[in-house]
Design a protein around this ligand. Structure first.
Ligand SMILES: [Fe+2]
Ligand SMILES: [Fe+2]
Length: 308
């Protein structure tokens, strides 16, 4: 990766400073950092063996539109059995516990992106490959533990300084997942770093244009759930149709690959059409929310796109 400088420190869940603000993250730093980590605790827990998380995740999956999008028993490698088989590392439980208390949106979003990533991967690549990807969904926003909850839940436009703090979560997640999972977590760490990158180079933290199929799977799941969820910075969520129109427009303007949007649209259909044959409507009939501070900077700073 191209060298990037940390705008804020990276702290572990127990508030230990792992990497100082201003550190240049380059290949040499990453090699030394991953070598100096303590031996990671193996990923051996199923999130669904945790009673409260299982209950919450089941409830979120019952909410529209996920009740129609996620595959139920009877289909090969249905979403629930794939989730059951997924093994996660223990610090993920601490991460979820932290956000359940401080920012319930991030708690719910992390769990639903877990389910949605699995389902998009199942539709596009098959159940076996989906399981291979399954550990990357719930950890994509791990770096948000380094961002004050007051910024994550702010209902009005962010200042430029707050915006930079928020964007810090991508690199922070990369380093934290390397810290907690070692070599086992390299794929998840790379996706935490890259899930706000865009194909046209307008993303962050490194303006990378080429991402892996795994990273695009999480990125599209992340954008879709962010659109259809209630967020503090807008009065209402996008409805399903408008969210799919937004994603189609993003694909048309070169921000995300169109095949991942086709997969989401195919999941919304009832006829089981192969996603590659799914054509996308360019008709804009949906109504985006009227009040939406997403991507707006507080007045004196001028506009800039994209909130995490
Ligand atoms: Fe996210
Ligand atoms: Fe994010």
């Amino acid at each position: 990766m191209n060298p990037v400088r940390l705008t804020h420190p990276v702290e572990s869940l127990d508030k230990q400073c792992l990497v100082r603000e201003g550190t240049c993250i380059d290949l040499e730093f990453l090699r030394d950092f991953s070598r100096s980590r303590p031996k990671p605790v193996p990923a051996r827990f199923s999130l669904l063996s945790h009673h409260r998380i299982k209950r919450d995740l089941e409830a979120y999956c019952q909410d529209a539109p996920y009740n129609a999008l996620l595959s139920g028993p009877g289909k090969s490698g249905d979403t629930e059995s794939l989730m059951k088989e997924t093994r996660v590392f223990p610090a993920l439980l601490d991460f979820l516990d932290y956000f359940e208390k401080r920012d319930p949106y991030t708690y719910r979003h992390s769990l639903i992106v877990f389910a949605l990533t699995l389902e998009i991967a199942r539709v596009m690549f098959g159940a076996e490959h989906a399981l291979h990807l399954s550990r990357i969904g719930p950890t994509h926003d791990f770096g948000k533990i380094c961002v004050p909850p007051s910024i994550l839940t702010k209902p009005t436009p962010l200042t430029l300084a707050e915006r930079m703090f928020l964007e810090h979560h991508a690199l922070a997640g990369y380093l934290l997942l390397t810290h907690y999972q070692g070599a086992d977590g390299f794929a998840a760490a790379g996706i935490a770093r890259d899930h706000h990158e865009r194909r046209d180079g307008s993303g962050y933290p490194a303006r990378r244009r080429r991402l892996s199929a795994e990273a695009w799977t999480v990125t599209v799941a992340d954008i879709y759930d962010a659109l259809i969820s209630l967020r503090p910075y807008r009065k209402r969520a996008y409805d399903n149709r408008t969210a799919l129109e937004e994603l189609t427009a993003m694909a048309d303007s070169g921000k995300v690959p169109i095949s991942f949007v086709q997969a989401l649209v195919a999941m919304n259909r009832r006829d089981g059409l192969n996603y590659r044959k799914c054509s996308l409507s360019r008709e804009r009939r949906g109504k985006p929310p009227e009040v939406n501070f997403h991507g707006i900077l507080a007045k004196e700073e001028g506009p800039k796109a994209g909130r995490g």
